[in-house]
Ligand binder design. Sequence first.
Ligand code: ADP
Length: 259
Amino acid sequence: HQGQQEGQQARQMAPGVKHIIAVASGKGGVGKSTVATNLVLSLSLLGLKCGIMDADIYGPSQPRMLGITGRPQSEDGKILKPMQNYGISCMSMGFLVAEDAPMIWRGPMVQSALQQMLRDVEWGELDVLVVDMPPGTGDAQLTMAQQVPLSGAVIVSTPQDIALLDARKGLNMFRKVDVPVLGIIENMSLFVCPNCGHESHVFGHGGAKTEAERLGCDFLGEIPLNIDIRETSDSGRPITISNPDSPHSKAFAEIAGKV
Ligand code: ADP
């Protein structure tokens, strides 16, 4: 019953948003933010009106990845307007604090910041709001999973065992609170040497697919380890925007189609 009440309260948080989809990983550095950015851009290219909420309070990366600087404005001093680029509405703690300032916050402060990002931001009418989750299964993740009416969650993992072990924990957390897991994405899957074309599986290969089968959820696709993906993300022009015809952008588009 409490969960239901919280769900109702949360629904008023972003009233015009049809679907909220969490992009999560059990472990940091597996490319969750990179996937979230390219996924939201691919969904937008499919004609959906999209936004991204950067819930990674301690390490926000969406401002840099989407190439957005500046501060969100407010007309009444309470409700913030999300920032915009490439047709995507975006809100991130990164707009509100200096890039090199550490967020020295305890759990309850993170929880209230996340709620405010949904309640006190004018998201407007959106088909999909993608949430770039913080890594792990702590306070912030539980807040999002329990108090926000998520339509589903996507789990990002690299192919190696340790990342998959953490991904499994993330997946089980969503299942425990009855959020549908839409599937697993394997990132940094294959590396093709740009000089000689030799293929290597730096972090292994196929682990996420096997794991998805084992856990009874969908495998959404794999994204290679590729320098263009990193460089375009770092420069604020993600590959989906800067080179929509590249095979990597097509891989993201295919995943977006399944989500
Ligand atoms: P997380 O959100 O899981 O911490 P990020 O998305 O910030 O991870 O990615 C960590 C680093 O790895 C970033 O520098 C990013 O550009 C890079 N990266 C992510 N995915 C890929 C990929 N498929 N190929 C190359 N570099 C990648």
